[in-house]
Ligand binder design. Structure first.
Ligand code: ATP
Ligand code: MG
Length: 684
């Protein structure tokens, strides 16, 4: 039985799957069967009698976790499995852990996960001057480097960063006080708990005797340290990764984790897989040609096992509409010839590029899924409901109270809300606490008699629902509607039908969750959707559209990559890491099994204006487009620039070709075209 499991593996894959004790690194290129090997190993360990409960498999997206679970379970007789092995994202693991052990940090386990939107609002409420995007990414960076606010403060250089350190401190206090955790905390808090409690660390490590991680190249320092603690009693860690596919450098992922695996985990065995089973030889050749332009790489061998296949198509289009038309036509003929839409994906580096594609698909009545563009929970009506439910689980959630205290409209204006907030702040309590504590007279003194009455009714309804929730969560939704008429408030509105359909879908989902998980409550539901929301679910027989980041680890027979223009892919700007852009290119190319089509345009409408563009250097580096490289440098020259020449006078640039530190320009001087090096002209 155990041997049969391994039958579809090649020799190196088999040796890795059969490996039982001690650290193991599988280092190999795209499509070489890394994921296949560890899912098979998972099944193999169970088949030789290892307790499934003692195996932990971690990955980065829910989608990947689900696929791996399917792959592993298809190899096993799942009926005989009492408890399935834990296979989930790092964040989900953190959540499960915190449910049991957050008490170690003097916090209760009724904590709520906040999403990035909430995080921004909290930060904004602390500081309005510094852009929240900067604050958000700094805080995230500190947490992932395991730095406390005071450590950040001690190292802060300059006034701005010292201020950010203070904001970080206040942000942490806010989360603590309201028992909230952000996504980074889902990793950081478990780490802190285990770090400070050696006994618990040992127990947890003993519980998970065999640990596996897919896409190890994308782990960061915090994840590595957490893994170390989890492995402290056994070192049975098996990781797989590919340095050429490290695409989360901007989020602190460190390729060093792979490079130093040998030092981090003593006596590690390293297995290399050198055959690619996914892509045609043509696709592989061009992907390899592209990645060879990176200097920072280990350099691995990757040979194809499939035929040469079709050549790669490159589409050159006038603009995005023209591009969409070509791709839609191609996809239509694929589907008409019997191909399954779910084998087709369109990838882009920049999310905004999906807009014109979506339009084109809608016009052509082609169904598609926007992966990672999960907008459901971002809709107003759903966010409102989530806010209501958050209040029910946590009365001190001021943001949610402010959001829904006048939804549906009950005459509470912004001024009233401001007054409530101010009084609450003055007394150092939350808004709901203020409403609860104040007598009707006191409340009237703050917001006027009529408002006070309305607010007291709101308070009573919330408190009633909380009581009811403790008794019977199944009746909660009906009682909620009875109390607030939320769904009914969309009756007869122009877009009411669609919104009510969303509300129904959401209610259905909650009911289903309660039925499936009788022992879990509303708070668990909220945490569950916070995690889901962060991810990238997709399913069904539709063409997929997604960012390259979301496509990691996936494969499709037909891949289209759009937006291969300088500036869009690679993205060029402050802080661009060209090698990481190129790795993204490599990831994108290697998603394709049979056919790959690349596309670039001469101009795109973006951020309110039409911009002229040059084709991406990646087309040239991958050997798909011959010729010199036309690059638009921010400080350089581009088509359309007006320039001055000492002898020929004013002219317009018609072509700019990068030539070392200069540009070779084709300039039109009043009808006369001349080729001139850029150092001989001045820009107007
Ligand atoms: P990525 O780096 O993109 O995550 P990977 O190394 O994880 O890729 P897999 O997704 O495991 O690769 O495998 C790629 C494809 O090759 C899959 O379709 C898989 O079924 C197939 N494959 C892997 N190993 C073999 C093998 N030994 N024989 C036949 N097919 C294989
Ligand atoms: Mg994989």
């Amino acid at each position: 039985m155990s041997e049969n499991l391994l039958i579809s593996l090649n020799k190196s894959q088999k040796s890795a799957a059969e490996h039982i004790d001690g650290p193991l690194l599988i280092l190999a290129g795209a499509g070489s069967g890394k994921t296949k090997t560890i899912t098979t190993r998972l099944a193999y360990l169970i088949s030789i009698g290892i307790d499934p409960k003692s195996i932990l498999t971690l990955t980065f997206t829910n989608k990947a976790a689900n696929e791996m679970r399917d792959r592993a379970f298809s190899l096993l007789d799942t009926n005989s499995l009492n408890t399935p092995p834990l296979l989930c994202t790092f964040h989900k693991f953190g959540l499960l852990f915190l449910k049991f052990y957050i008490g170690e940090l003097d916090r209760k386990n009724n904590f709520i996960i906040i999403d990035s939107d909430d995080k921004r609002r909290v930060l904004k409420s602390i500081n309005k001057e510094i852009p929240t995007a900067l604050l958000g990414s700094e805080v995230s960076k500190y947490k992932n480097s395991i730095m406390t606010p005071s450590e950040v403060k001690a190292q802060a250089q300059g006034k701005l960063y010292s201020e950010i350190a203070d904001i970080y401190q206040k942000y942490e206090e806010h989360l603590f006080k309201n028992n909230l955790v952000d996504f980074d905390d889902l990793l950081l808090l478990p780490y802190k708990i285990l770090k400070n409690n050696q006994k618990l660390a040992e127990l947890t490590s003993q519980k998970y005797q065999y640990i596996m991680v897919d896409e190890y190249q994308d782990t960061n320092e915090l994840q590595y340290r957490l893994l170390r603690l989890l492995c402290s009693t056994h070192n049975n860690l098996c990781v797989v990764g590919d340095d050429d596919q490290s695409i989360y450098g901007w989020r602190g992922a460190s390729i060093k984790n792979i490079l130093n695996f040998n030092e981090h985990f003593k006596d590690a065995i390293i297995v290399k897989l050198e055959e690619n089973y996914r892509s045609t030889d043509t696709i592989l050749q061009h992907a390899n040609a592209l990645i060879e332009h990176n200097r920072d790489r280990l350099g691995k061998k990757l040979v194809g096992t499939k035929d040469k296949g079709n050549s790669i198509k490159v589409y050159e289009s006038h603009d995005e509409n023209d591009e969409t038309r070509k791709i839609v036509d191609d996809i239509k003929s694929l589907i008409n010839s019997g191909k399954n839409p779910k084998d087709i994906a369109i990838l882009f580096r920049v999310n905004a590029l999906s807009r014109s594609l979506e339009e084109g698909f809608n016009k052509a009545s082609l169904s598609y899924k926007l992966v990672g563009g999960m907008k459901f929970y971002e809709r107003t009506e759903i966010k409102d409901l989530i806010a209501y439910f958050r209040i029910l689980t946590n009365l001190s959630d001021n943001f949610s109270i402010k959001r829904v205290i006048n939804k549906p409209k009950r005459g509470i204006g912004q001024t009233t809300i401001d007054k409530l907030e101010e009084s609450a702040q003055n007394q150092g309590i939350g808004i709901f606490e203020l409403i609860q504590k104040a007598t009707p007279e006191e409340l009237s003194a703050i917001v006027g008699k009529k408002n006070a009455r309305t607010i007291k009714v709101f308070e009573a309804s919330i408190l009633d629902l909380r009581e009811l929730m403790a008794e019977s969560k199944m009746r909660l939704l009906d009682s909620f509607e009875e109390a607030f008429d939320y769904r009914a408030s969309y009756d007869n509105l122009p877009d009411g039908f669609e919104r009510q359909a969303n509300i129904d879908e959401f209610y259905g989902y909650i009911r289903d969750f309660f039925i499936q998980n009788p022992h879990l409550d509303l708070k668990d539901f909220l945490n569950e959707i916070a995690l889901e929301n962060q991810s990238d679910e997709y399913s069904g027989d539709a063409v997929s559209m997604m960012s390259i980041h979301a496509s990691k680890g996936l494969e499709f027979k037909y891949i289209f990559i759009i937006g291969l223009e300088e500036g869009f892919f690679p993205i060029i700007g402050d802080g661009t890491d060209l090698e990481e852009e190129r790795r993204l290119g490599y990831v994108a190319f290697t998603r394709a099994m049979d056919d790959l089509t690349l596309s670039f345009v001469h101009s795109r409408f973006y951020k309110g204006k039409r911009t002229q563009l040059n084709k991406s250097r990646f087309l040239i580096e991958s050997g798909l487009v011959k010729g010199s490289l036309v690059i638009e440098k921010s400080s350089g020259f581009k088509k359309g620039d007006m320039v001055n020449h000492k002898i020929f006078g004013q002219g317009r640039v018609e072509k700019a070709v990068n030539a070392g530190k200069d540009y070779k320009l084709t300039i039109n001087f009043g009808g006369q075209k001349r080729d001139i090096l850029s150092s001989f002209v001045e820009k107007n």
